[in-house]
Ligand binder design. Structure first.
Ligand SMILES: [Zn+2]
Length: 462
């Protein structure tokens, strides 16, 4: 027997929630092929045999998808070839086709030179220790093999119909959509052609060079074109997507950005009216206004860890109908599959608006006024970041502070709250604070700085 040929991934590419790298530097077709062999070995080991494969609109995606498909096929799997589209279309395909797993080739919202893979095992995300396991299988080189095949399995039409199924009609809306030249473009064109009302599309041609703006709606500059066009068109709202369509960004008719935790207030109201008492999940970065509003609406607010894979798992466990992150990852289990499909979220938002006389700006006007910082990120080495948080937590415990430690420390004071947590994906610490007025916010920022200084970390300039 010949020794198996192992494959080593670049040490930086196997991350907590996905595989990600820079094409030609840390990631290439050989990695995609090895990933296919390793994934097939893992899936065969758990009794699975059919996997969906999709890819986003990046220039390097078709080549990576080919290599990945070959690896999966050589590993004995039936590969259901979904083709180009947003990541949530791949998730949909796994449900629709009853597959045992799925892989999307995608660099999400990252620069054109980046690419990567998001994976499902069964109907859940493949993440954390399982990604490391794929790395070990590849390095060992003892791959499962068999006579697999690749089967063209387009789901585009079924996906568009599924999205539209939950739009009940109502008041006609004027909407501007911005795909940012990302993978949502074609689906968006199909939706806009079938939805009633007036629809204006921006950058709906899929182009992996992202020639207009970067497809990341959490960065306000990337919403400038959308805000301008909403104003020029006199539209009621604007909706933007990240490069692979699992995060949403929304602006109202007055050009105000609604972040994920504000959008969630509107979405939660509709779900809780039909399902009173349900748990609704939001991440530790979310505004207190959201948790208060969920409680006021008769729901059970649950603060959870940031990270889309962690959020999806918790939703299943708690049987929550809705969950959301400030970053724009929003998850519907109510009427849907429980994953983060930003196109579906857009349809649900339009349904709420069309069925009600209030505009999005009316909803926004009624929200509790809060003064808060954006997400403040600053460098801290990977080997130190969790230790820093632990030392801050011990200090706060000694002081008798009111702390939620589900993910870092979220400290409640009479002024409001502040958060300090370690990122799971980068060598950074994340801070955020929120208060009722600017003076209170200044005191909270001072507390963050004082706690960091006390454990020997230079605080960032807020
Ligand atoms: Zn994304």
């Amino acid at each position: 027997m010949s020794a198996p040929a192992g494959h080593r991934f670049h040490p930086t590419v196997l991350r907590e929630y996905d595989i990600r790298g820079i094409i030609g530097e840390t990631l290439g077709a050989a990695d995609a092929h090895a990933l296919g062999r390793a994934y097939a070995t893992l899936l065969q080991g758990s009794g699975g045999s059919r996997v969906c494969l999709g890819y986003d609109g990046r220039l390097s995606s078709p080549e990576l998808a080919e290599a990945l498909g070959d690896g999966l096929r050589q590993g004995g799997l039936e590969v259901l070839w979904i083709g180009r589209g947003p990541t949530p279309m791949l998730y949909f395909a796994v449900h629709q086709l009853g597959a045992d797993g799925g892989i999307q080739v995608t660099g999400s919202h990252n620069p054109p030179s980046h690419n990567g893979f998001k994976m499902m095992l069964g109907k859940g995300s493949l993440f954390g220790a399982r990604i490391q396991e794929l790395g070990r299988i590849a390095a060992g080189g003892e791959f499962a093999s068999g006579s697999g095949r690749i089967v063209e399995s387009p789901v585009f039409d079924a996906y568009v119909l599924r999205l539209l199924q939950d739009f009940p009609g109502g008041r006609e809306l004027a909407v501007v959509w911005d795909a940012g030249n990302g993978a949502t473009g074609e689906v968006l064109q199909a939706l806009a052609a079938r939805l009633p009302g007036r629809h204006t599309l921006l950058f709906a041609e899929i182009d992996g060079n992202f020639p207009n703006h970067h497809p990341d709606p959490t960065v306000p500059e990337n919403l400038a074109d959308l805000i301008r066009t909403v104003g020029a068109e006199g539209a009621e709202l604007g909706i933007a997507f990240d490069g692979d369509g699992d995060r949403i960004g929304v602006v109202d008719g007055k050009g105000r950005i609604l972040f994920g935790d504000q959008l969630m207030q509107i979405l939660a109201a509709e779900v809780l009216a039909r399902k009173p008492g349900s748990p609704i999940l939001a991440d530790v970065k979310a505004s207190q206004a959201l948790f208060d509003e969920i409680a006021r609406l008769g729901g059970e607010p649950v603060m959870w860890k940031t990270g889309h894979s962690l959020m999806k798992s918790a939703m299943v466990e708690l049987q929550a109908p809705l969950a959301g992150e400030m970053s724009g990852h929003i998850f519907y289990a109510d009427g849907f599959y429980g994953h983060d499909d930003a196109l579906y979220v857009a349809i649900r938002l339009l349904a709420i608006l069309a069925q009600d006389a209030r505009t999005l700006a009316d909803w926004r006007d009624r929200m509790a006024p809060m003064v808060n910082t954006p997400e403040l990120r600053f460098d801290c080495p990977d080997e130190e970041k969790f230790g820093v948080i632990e030392r801050v937590r011990e200090r706060l415990a000694a002081e008798g502070a009111e702390v939620n430690a589900i993910d870092g420390v979220r400290v409640l004071t009479s002024d409001g709250w502040w958060l300090l947590r370690a990122s799971n994906t980068q060598a950074v610490l994340v801070a955020r604070a929120e208060a009722r007025d600017p003076a209170a916010l200044a005191r909270l920022k001072q507390q963050i700085a004082a706690n960091l200084a006390a454990v020997g970390v230079t605080p960032p300039a807020f």
